[in-house]
Design a protein around this ligand. Structure first.
Ligand SMILES: [Mg+2]
Length: 269
């Protein structure tokens, strides 16, 4: 293959149906663009070295590890979908920052019962296909796994338990007398915190730790950029552009294929 200053040699398959290229010349953006256009839809990871097993995996939850945005589901459950959507829209227009948008939406949920959260979790929150295989396989290779989310502990803790994550960083809905107060407890987990968690945990592993991050949204971008391998999963365009690659075609086990983890080693329990 030869295009726009990039020459590439095809190497042996890394996964069934997969190709590995060694490319020379050109810049990263052009390489992404050429590969994306030539092989679309394809899962892709660009790395300046043969991918290695990560020692740390940090992932977003909403629309990455679960097939929903938990605040939207909770709002819908409470019959507040239009009000919450209006705030989301203002945030997207740049009229509200992440924290203000989060606080305004949580305030609307005041009075909702704890039982409703449990019911919402049980009926509306499902794991993303391949999520548990990804987490358990990485763990079996000695990788530390962290779920980091702008969503809530009330959702993230049971999701982490179900998928096998060892640690959770999230926001916490304040509850008093079995009802949401409309407030949050403690600091806010936002894009900066997501990145900081990745750096902190990597530092504890040691210098040069190999890290993997997955996410789909704008507030995952700093974390995706910081990781050795930042992978966008079924992501919004901006997150996709900031990442080292993406999984678009299949489920989350595509991440294992991209890292070259042999399918015989995948943990399906
Ligand atoms: Mg997300």
């Amino acid at each position: 293959m030869e295009e726009r200053g990039i020459s590439a040699e095809i190497s042996p398959l890394i996964a069934p149906g997969g190709l590995q290229f060694t490319a020379h010349g050109g810049d990263r953006t052009t390489l992404f663009e050429v590969l994306d256009r030539t092989f679309q839809p394809a899962d892709l990871l660009i790395s300046d070295h043969e991918p290695r097993l990560p020692q740390l995996f940090v992932s977003d939850m909403d629309s990455t590890m679960i097939m929903a945005e938990c605040i939207d589901e909770l709002a819908d459950f409470a019959g507040l979908k239009p009000q919450i959507a209006a705030i989301t829209e203002r945030a997207m227009q740049g009229e509200l920052d992440f924290e203000s948008a989060l606080r305004e939406r949580v305030l609307l949920l005041r009075g909702l019962s704890e039982v409703a959260i449990a019911e919402c979790l049980a009926t509306r929150i499902a794991p993303m296909p391949g999520a548990r295989v990804l987490v358990e396989t990485l763990k079996s290779k000695g990788c530390k796994t962290v779920l980091v989310t702008g969503g809530f502990h009330q959702f993230a803790d049971p999701v982490a338990e179900q998928l096998g994550f060892e640690m959770v960083v999230a926001n916490r809905l304040e509850i008093n007398g079995g009802q949401l107060t409309g407030g949050l407890v403690g600091g806010i987990t936002d894009s900066g915190v997501k990145r900081a968690v990745l750096i902190e945990e990597a530092t504890m592993i040691g210098a040069g730790a190999i890290t993997l991050a997955t996410g789909d949204g704008a507030n995952d971008i700093p974390m995706l950029m910081e990781a050795t391998y930042g992978l966008a999963y079924a992501a919004k365009a901006k997150a996709r552009e900031a990442a080292d690659g993406w999984v678009e075609r299949g489920d989350l086990t595509g991440v294992l294929d991209l890292l070259g983890v042999p399918r015989n080693d995948w943990v399906w329990e």
